[in-house]
Structure formats: C-alpha cells, structure tokens
Design a protein around this ligand. Structure first.
Ligand SMILES: [Fe+2]
Ligand SMILES: [Fe+2]
Length: 230
C-alpha cells in the first residue's frame, strides 16, 4: 500500500499561523491565554484517549500515549506560568465554541466517514477513529510546534517545544504503523487530512478574531487606567 501522503500546507496558511504567533506574543496576557488554549486542547486529546483506554486497558501504546498527552497539557500550562499569571476571568479563546471543540468536530467527521464505508462493531469503530484522529492531529501538531518554535527562536522568546516535538514525532510513527496494520484506505486518510486542514483554517480565523477582542479589551483597560490616574 502506498502510504506516502504528503499534504503540502498552503504557504498562505503558514503565513497566517506566523501572524497569529506574532499577535499572541505581542502581549503577555494574550500569550498566556494562547498557551492555556493549547494546553486545553492537549488535555482534551488525553481525555479522549483515556476513554478509549478503558476499552483497551491492556494496550501499552494507548496507555503511554495518554500519559504523554496529559504531560503535554501540563507542560504548556507550566510554560504559560513562566510568562506570568493573567488577570482573573475566563480565557478569551475558550469562550469561542468552535475553537474549544475543534478536536471533537474532527472526531465526529472521522467517525461518520468510517461508518459510511462499512459497519464496524463499536469497539473497532472507536479504535479506527482514534487512529485517524490521532494521525491528523499529530501531522498538525508537528507542523504547528515547529512553526511556533521557529517564531520563538527568531524573536528571542525563551520557550522551547523540543521535548514535546520529539513525543509527537514518536506518536506519528507509531500511529502510522498501526494504520498500515489496519489496511485503512489512502483515500480515507487523505479525506481526513483534508478535512482537518479545513477545520484548522477556521480554527486559526477564530483565534485571530479572539485576539482582536482581547487587544480591544486591553486598550480599554489601558484607557480606563490612564483616566483614573488623571
Ligand atoms: Fe500532544
Ligand atoms: Fe501526540
């Protein structure tokens, strides 16, 4: 089976991602909330694997994968605390339903696509969904954290994602092997990756609109403080 699927990220979407990194790192408040958002998504991923683990409790890879995703969430939360503690209130990105549910939306699409191809017993369906969701997410995570790392390096921001990237690359290799074992068609894999690209593009647009709300709120707080000082 030819599995060399490479979906080249459009140059424009990488530029947009770089723009987001520039925007969020321009304010500590934004940067903290952005890291909290990524930490939340890693946590969502870990919780989804944890549910699957209950069905496959003897599977070492799933156990290990779950633990590493929980540790990614904690790692990112710790990075946010390195920048500082943000003012009280809910996270501006997590208020947006699409941003918060990006992973679940991908999961629903993949599960439906699998059902359309052939009926599978529920346990098998959960496992195949896990493989395809993880595959799409790991491909995304590697490109995302690499771009984030480059941005930090270029801008002297002392955040490193190397250990996290090593884990994600290891997960991708493992999942790739398991997908081959399951003989999942390349057409379906391609369809899932394309859909993830579409979701991610909307995700980035929503993140960008959230940053403008926060920039506006920050400048209102600044104006109010200036006024009170007069
Ligand atoms: Fe992760
Ligand atoms: Fe991962």
């Amino acid at each position: 089976m030819n599995f060399d699927i490479v979906i080249l990220e459009k140059k424009s979407s990488l530029q947009q991602l770089n723009k987001i990194f520039t925007l969020v790192s321009s304010s500590n408040n934004l940067h903290i909330q952005f890291l909290e958002l990524i930490s939340y998504l890693e946590l969502q991923g870990a919780k989804k694997i944890s549910k699957l683990r209950k069905k496959y409790n003897s599977n070492n890879f799933i156990n290990h994968h779950m633990k590493e995703e929980f540790s990614h969430s904690k790692f990112l939360k710790d990075l946010s605390l390195k920048i500082g503690v943000r003012p009280q209130g809910s996270n501006v990105f997590l208020k947006n339903g699409f941003v918060r549910n990006y992973l679940s939306l991908l999961e629903v699409f993949i599960c439906k696509s699998l059902k359309q191809i052939k009926p599978n017993p529920s346990q098998k369906l959960s496992y195949l969904t896990y493989l395809l969701v993880t595959y799409a997410i790991e491909v995304r995570a590697i490109s995302f954290y690499n771009t984030y790392s480059d941005h930090c390096l270029k801008n002297d921001i002392p955040l490193s994602f190397n250990s996290l990237l090593e884990d994600e690359e290891k997960h991708l290799t493992e999942i790739h092997k398991r997908i081959l074992d399951e003989n999942i068609s390349t057409d379906l894999i391609f369809k899932c990756l394309k859909h993830e690209q579409k979701l991610f593009s909307t995700f980035i647009n929503r993140v960008q609109s959230c940053t403008s709300i926060l920039h506006h709120e920050d400048s209102q707080i600044y104006k109010k403080t200036q006024f009170e000082l007069l």
